[in-house]
Design a protein around this ligand. Structure first.
Ligand code: SAH
Ligand code: SF4
Ligand code: F3S
Length: 472
């Protein structure tokens, strides 16, 4: 699959297409009395969440209304992830289940996009197995979505348009933002690290950073529309700036972001330990607005496994960074990602992961069973670890991580800490929920009116995954 040979849509004719579809949707509503609706189901990481926000922006401009029921949708989009096999299996299951809907509602458009589509074998499989899918596109041509949708609406046959390579970063698209209290901002795209287990460099292309000015303008816009917190996104934010002509790094960018009037909290993810600089730690320590939380994926504790994963640091390097962070940023929370059962991981290797987890005293960890990803170097390694061993190790690790998190959290008991109120609890609308700077969830009674404010909460119970508290 290559880039399309048809004339590339430009921003101005994308605008035209948006307007045409808007008119068509308006007429449909006048004629039938019902508005056209869409649903987007998103899998995977914040990159995908943010891409779905961009799609939503386009759809709002095109006059589509959001619904949370597939049955009442005219357009169903799955924004997919392929980082592990189970993410893919979920999508296949759901695509199968849509066949009957398509029979009932023949104008229904089913679209799939995101990382899974960047793999040839997946696209072929979907075309063969799920012929009711109308539109397939990838991560590199998301900005052409209105054009692709219009093509789909005007063709009887399915449209497949996946670019094998990233293009230039497209700025200035007519995207309607969802101005939430917290907003995601991409500072870079792609990844150059090629960890041997990981599919992301193949689905998201080479690393490229956005210009400082573009990032700042986007944040200014968000803040002036009510955002209190921004999460700067990149697969490895510590290499921000490498592709820019100007000599600028991630700390320099943060120094600019903290100056934006009205911004309250700045977060970022993810940090690769191999590129985390002392300068960044100092910048975090200097600025109150940069949250005291760092997500620092360990992946494995054994040096042998780390080498085979192509992570380019050792357990000693990792612990040195953790020590420095804790020394310079009092009260910091450190969270991580860990993979269990990478090929040839022995019980001893695994026990080293337990040791490093204990020494690093993680606040929490995402733990994953290693999943073979076709096309990555690790997929063809001999010495795959049996599933039962992976599962047993997983349980042991999870127990340890939970225990460390629980113990770690006790230090918050009776403390008064600042919490950004994010919304009401799903279970009880009299209970508000928010986050500490260290990214811990706090539940407390309060009035909905204070959603979006930063309040001081006294912690009355410190559990493994959350706190209870009262506003003081
Ligand atoms: N760029 C980020 C996030 C990458 S994907 C980073 O480097 O941390 C998020 C997490 O998924 C990774 O940190 C890793 O722990 C996990 N992951 C990636 N590929 C995987 C695989 N093949 N099997 C299991 N977990 C995987
Ligand atoms: Fe994947 Fe490694 Fe890149 Fe993270 S840094 S996205 S784990 S290749
Ligand atoms: Fe994210 Fe999954 Fe793609 S983790 S980058 S959506 S493969």
């Amino acid at each position: 699959m290559k880039r399309p040979t048809t004339k590339e849509p430009t921003i101005s004719n994308i605008n035209e297409i948006i307007n045409t579809l808007k008119e068509s949707n308006r007429f449909h509503e006048i004629e039938t009395g019902v508005e056209r609706k869409y649903i987007i189901e998103t899998y995977g990481c914040q990159m995908n969440e943010h891409d779905s926000e961009k799609l939503e922006g386009f759809l709002t401009q095109m006059g589509y209304n959001k619904t949370d029921s597939r049955e009442s949708s005219d357009l169903i989009i799955f924004n997919t992830c392929c980082v592990r096999e189970n993410a893919e299996l979920k999508v296949y299951g759901k695509l199968g289940a849509l066949k009957h809907l398509k029979k009932k509602h023949e104008d229904l458009i089913i679209a799939v996009c995101g990382c899974m589509m960047q793999q040839d074998h997946v696209v072929k499989y979907i075309q063969k197995t799920y012929p009711h899918v109308d539109l397939i596109f990838g991560t590199h041509n998301l900005h052409n979505f209105p054009y692709l949708l219009e093509k789909t609406l005007n063709h009887k046959e399915a449209i497949v348009d996946v670019w094998s390579q990233e293009g230039e970063i497209i700025e200035g698209l007519p995207v309607n933002r969802r101005y939430g209290i917290k907003s995601f901002v991409n500072i870079m795209y792609g990844c150059n690290n090629f960890c041997s287990y990981c599919i992301v460099p193949y689905t998201r292309g080479r690393e490229r950073s956005r210009e400082v000015k573009d990032v700042l303008e986007e944040i200014e816009d968000l803040v002036s529309n009510g955002s209190k917190e921004v999460m700067l996104l990149g697969q490895n934010v510590n290499s921000y700036g490498n592709t820019l002509v100007n000599d600028v790094d991630f700390s320099d960018l943060l120094e600019q972001v903290v100056k934006i009037p009205g911004i309250e909290r700045i977060r970022f993810m993810t940090s690769h330990p191999k590129d985390l600089s002392d300068k960044l730690i100092d910048t975090m320590a200097t600025h109150k607005k940069i949250c005291n939380h760092i997500h620092l994926p360990l992946q494995a504790g054994s040096n042998k496994v780390l080498k085979e994963m192509n992570r380019k640091y050792t357990q000693e390097d990792y612990l040195t960074i953790v020590r420095k962070i804790r020394e310079k940023i009092p009260g910091v929370a450190i969270t991580t990602d860990i993979i269990i059962g990478f090929p040839n991981e022995t019980q001893e290797d695994f026990e080293e992961t337990l040791t490093i987890a204990r020494l690093a005293e993680f606040d929490s960890a995402f733990t994953f069973l290693y999943s073979i990803r076709e096309g990555t170097p690790a997929a063809t390694k001999i010495g795959q670890v049996p599933e039962e061993d992976k599962k047993t190790r997983f349980q042991t690790l999870k127990k340890l991580i939970d225990q460390i998190a629980y113990e770690n959290n006790q230090k918050y008991l009776d403390q008064e800490i600042s919490v950004l109120v994010e919304g009401t609890s799903k279970k009880n609308d009299k209970i508000l929920t928010g986050r500490t700077e260290t990214s811990k969830t706090v539940n407390f009674p309060g009035d909905e009116k204070i959603i979006g404010e930063i309040v001081t909460v006294k912690i009355t119970a410190a559990k493994t995954y959350s706190f209870d508290g009262i506003i003081v």
